[in-house]
Design a protein around this ligand. Structure first.
Ligand SMILES: Nc1nc2c(c(=O)[nH]1)N[C@H]1C(S)=C(S)[C@@H](COP(=O)(O)OP(=O)(O)OC[C@H]3O[C@@H](n4cnc5c(=O)[nH]c(N)nc54)[C@H](O)[C@@H]3O)O[C@H]1N2
Ligand SMILES: Nc1nc2c(c(=O)[nH]1)N[C@H]1C(S)=C(S)[C@@H](COP(=O)(O)OP(=O)(O)OC[C@H]3O[C@@H](n4cnc5c(=O)[nH]c(N)nc54)[C@H](O)[C@@H]3O)O[C@H]1N2
Ligand code: SF4
Ligand SMILES: [Mo]
Length: 784
């Protein structure tokens, strides 16, 4: 295998040589997901790129008790694993990470930062692994190599010379594991700040905000096996075939045991129709299995009204035949607030529901019938629900509906948010949060003998706003790409340029490495598949999946370079330099040498991790306690599950405008673009497309395939524009359009947030589409 900095496209044969959208191909969307070709799509490039030996080693150890945790999504392993526990998109992530292609020194000399501003995320990622710490001096347009010692001394010096610890911000994504996450929050708090924004703020923040007031816990209340025992699974605002592919196995289990699946989505996603399980003969050779027994194609942002309308039908049926519909025992024994909730829901305006959802009454009747008949219902959701102005309110409403029939703490039933990054849930459990609950603060104080700051820190949106205002001097990021992932990315870029120092701890190049503070450091770390050797030997780390199971993970292959360190090592080295003298009870050297010492501290600080080291070694994985799930105990203020009253709101879309959602293509992981294809939606070799309903295209005097400009509007602000997009006629709801994230973040106004949890409303943007004159240029669309 050659090592060079020539980009080697991995999943896109024939290649999109010039990285432009000139060759875009559009075909009919598919009506099934996965199948044997999905495995081929992943395995052939894996073998070509990594060789047979690495391919075998990685594919047999991914998601296995003695192997490593898939770095892609947070979907759970079944309680009883099969020989092969991976999917096409997990493999893509691993090949992307474990590539032998590295960035050579000549690359940095040849490519100035300014010249790379024109490049796409796809191009940046294809350059290969970062293998050396790099430094960009103030006024310079190039990164140059720097030693680890010098790099870490620079960070330490910048941090210790700040006027206040709150001038520093430490961003993380859920790509980092429990052990580094625990150390990162410890470092920030011992340093004196709760400025710990994370990708959750942009993702599932609404889930915690909606669930916690209802049941006292903001995490999934189901076990993996509950899917098999469920009578009804309602999948809302989620595209499992692309973003959680092995969830289709769990839905197949539901169907096989006689349960039903209802999908609620703005788009007719292929995986919600049929699933061909590549590990079953019927999946490989036959038609596979039908997934959704009922599909509700909902208008963007209409889910809150839908849930209220279902609840109203349930309550009316109960009134008509008292004692036959609701779970009265559960409501009486375990819940508070039922009467007020009932009166509130009975007043729901039916006409408003139809307007907001775009559904017909019979469709809602059908779902309500299914819900009433089901003895055990699971509701799952993802970003179609959370990235809305009413995100937290909708989730609170989902909890109300579940409580009506006692669907919490019952076999086959529950609330199941399906999270994003593989360890995003674990990072929050480890305390990565801009808020610091009092009990967590007290436990940190007891363990490490310092008083953590009590005032809330900055979340992601607030951090970016503070950067724009020049209030953040040091911006440090682990495993993220915030300038691309953040709403109003043009504003985000200007903000980061205000920082004195930006520090990116990362594996491969992304936009946030090119758009920097005055000084900038790029610090290369191991990927999950690589072995992590420290002073006491080989280390392992842990991650928590979306159903609260903590899994062990050890890397299998040799690191790409000896200069690539672990996330733990980077934080511990910084800890020694910045806090070594002032915080003697924090033994950074011990943490760095032996990760068992980190887990020992976690077991004393965080409930549910008792005997962490022993249990993870003997059991390899264990499920964290969840009082509502385990014993119908509700850690709310009242000690009961709480019905809450949520106000619904119909989104105002002015005449002639459309409601835009921004979403993922099949060949991307967030801001990492594996190829320019989106197979299930029929898109090849291009990303600068806008999916629109045929009538919306015609009404604007446009034609399918035409080049357009897309403007987003926000009261009192100038329009944001992306030019040079291609119109694709697509079966969306009329009035609703879709474009790919992260490019479309140029259009998301910074002020567009869910007021409850400050999450950008990335699925709810008012836009105007006009005939365009310019084509997209090079790797990037033209943003004005
Ligand atoms: N391969 C791959 N896997 C991933 C990721 C990835 O980028 N690539 N990202 C990871 C991360 S961090 C996350 S958070 C998850 C994201 O997983 P998803 O939430 O599945 O991600 P999106 O692509 O944003 O898709 C959102 C879905 O919501 C639907 N939708 C949009 N608006 C509405 C609405 O108003 N109502 C309803 N009911 N539906 C709506 C869209 O049509 C789409 O199907 O995936 C994780 N897994
Ligand atoms: N418009 C719009 N915006 C969105 C969304 C949307 O749907 N629409 N989705 C939002 C969501 S759900 C999320 S989660 C965010 C995602 O935003 P982020 O989490 O900030 O972005 P990622 O693209 O996941 O960051 C990946 C980078 O992590 C680095 N990396 C990979 N593995 C490791 C590792 O093990 N250690 C370290 N230190 N670095 C590593 C690589 O360099 C890679 O470039 O975007 C959000 N933004
Ligand atoms: S479903 Fe998610 S965690 Fe599982 S193998 Fe696929 S990408 Fe990895
Ligand atoms: Mo996410």
């Amino acid at each position: 295998m050659t090592e060079s900095h020539t980009p080697i496209p991995m999943f896109n044969r024939p290649l999109a040589e010039d990285f432009s959208d000139a060759d875009l191909e559009v075909t009919k969307p598919m009506d099934y997901a996965v199948g044997i070709e999905a495995v081929e799509k992943a395995m052939v490039p894996m073998e070509e790129h990594l060789g047979t030996e690495k391919t075998l080693k990685l594919s047999l150890t991914i998601n296995h008790k003695k192997g490593f945790d898939c770095p892609s999504c947070a979907w759970a392993n079944p309680d009883h694993s099969k020989a092969l526990e991976f999917c096409e998109n997990g493999i893509k992530n691993i090949v992307w990470d474990a590539t032998p292609v590295v960035i050579e020194d000549s690359f940095w000399a040849e490519n100035s930062l300014t010249s790379m501003l024109d490049k796409s995320e796809y191009w940046l990622g294809l350059q290969g692994r970062i293998t050396k710490p790099m430094f960009k001096a103030e006024g310079s347009d190039h990164y140059v190599p720097i030693s680890w010692d010098e790099a870490l001394d620079k960070v330490a010096q910048s941090l210790t010379s700040l006027d206040s610890p709150d001038e520093a911000v430490f961003y993380t994504s859920g790509k980092i594991m429990n052990e580094p996450a625990f150390l990162l929050q410890l470092f920030a708090r011992a340093f004196g700040t709760n400025n710990l924004p994370d990708c959750s703020n942009l993702c599932h923040e609404a889930t915690g905000a909606g669930m916690t007031p209802a049941i006292g816990v903001g995490k999934s209340s189901v076990h993996y096996d509950d899917f098999a025992w469920s009578d009804l699974v309602i999948v809302m605002g989620q595209n499992p075939g692309t973003n959680h592919p092995r969830m289709l196995n769990a839905l197949e289990d539901t169907k096989t045991r006689g349960g039903a699946v209802v999908a609620v989505n703005a788009l007719p996603e292929a995986s919600l129709k049929r699933y061909k399980n590549p590990q079953k003969v019927s999946g490989e050779l036959g038609d596979g299995i039908k997934i959704a027994d009922q599909f509700l194609q909902i208008r963007g942002g209409g889910d809150h009204h839908l849930i209220q309308a279902v609840a109203k039908r349930v309550l009316l049926a109960e009134q008509a035949a008292p004692g036959t519909v609701l779970d009265h025992d559960f409501i009486q024994t375990h819940c508070d607030g039922f009467e007020a909730y009932r009166d509130h829901i009975l007043a729901v305006d039916d006409a408003e529901v139809l307007e907001a959802t775009g559904l017909i009454s019979e469709e809602i009747d059908g779902l309500a019938e299914r819900y009433m008949k089901s003895e055990a219902t699971i509701i799952t959701w993802a970003l179609g629900i959370t990235q809305q102005k009413q995100g937290a309110a909708t989730i609170a409403e989902i909890m109300n509906l579940l409580l009506l029939k006692g669907n919490i703490g019952k076999k086959g039933a529950g609330a199941s948010p399906v999270r994003g990054h593989s360890n995003v849930q674990g990072d929050r459990t480890m305390g990565v949060w801009d808020k610091l609950p009092a009990a967590f603060a007290a436990a940190l104080e007891k363990e490490f003998a310092f008083t953590p700051p009590s005032e809330n820190g900055l979340d992601s949106v607030a951090s970016m706003n503070a950067l724009s205002e020049g209030k953040v001097k040091v911006f440090m990021s682990f495993a993220g790409n915030l300038v691309a992932a953040m709403s109003d990315s043009a504003l985000a870029e200007d903000g980061v340029r205000n920082a004195d120092l930006s520090v990116q701890v990362a594996t491969k190049l992304n936009r946030s490495h090119i758009v920097t503070g005055k000084e900038s450091l790029l610090l290369p770390v191991l990927v999950r598949a690589e072995r992590d050797e420290q002073a006491t030997g080989l280390q392992f780390v842990t991650a928590e999946d979306t159903v609260c199971r903590v899994n062990m993970s050890h890397g299998e292959i040799a690191p790409v370079s000896p200069d690539v360190k672990s996330d733990v090592w980077v934080i511990a080295e910084l800890g020694k330099r910045v806090l070594g003298a002032s915080h003697p009870r924090i033994d950074w050297q011990a943490f760095e040498d032996d990760y068992d010492t980190i887990r020992a501290s976690i077991s004393r600080v965080i409930p549910g991790f008792d005997d962490f080291n022993e249990r993870i070694r003997t059991e390899k994985s264990f499920v964290l306690p969840h009082p509502p799930r385990d014993s119908r105990t509700f850690p709310t203020a009242s000690g009961k599950a709480q019905f809450t009253l949520q106000q619904s709101e119909v989104i105002d879309v002015p005449e002639g405008r459309l409601l835009l959602q921004t979403l993922r293509a099949h060949d991307q992981h967030n801001t990492t673009i594996y190829s320019l294809n989106d197979r299930y939606r029929g898109i090849r070799k291009g990303r600068f497309v806008i999916f629109m309903h045929a009538d919306d295209i015609a009404e604007r005097g446009l034609v399918d395939g035409q080049t357009v400009d897309v403007f987003s509007e926000w009261p009192g602000e100038p329009d944001r524009v992306l030019r040079g997009y291609r119109v694709v006629a697509y079966p969306t709801v009329k009035g609703c359009a879709a474009m790919y994230f992260p490019e479309a973040n140029v259009l998301v106004p910074r002020a567009a947030i869910d007021p409850v949890c400050n999450t950008p409303t990335s699925k709810q943007i008012v836009i105007r589409v006009e005939a365009g004159t310019q084509a997209a240029e090079g790797g990037r669309p033209i943003a004005v």
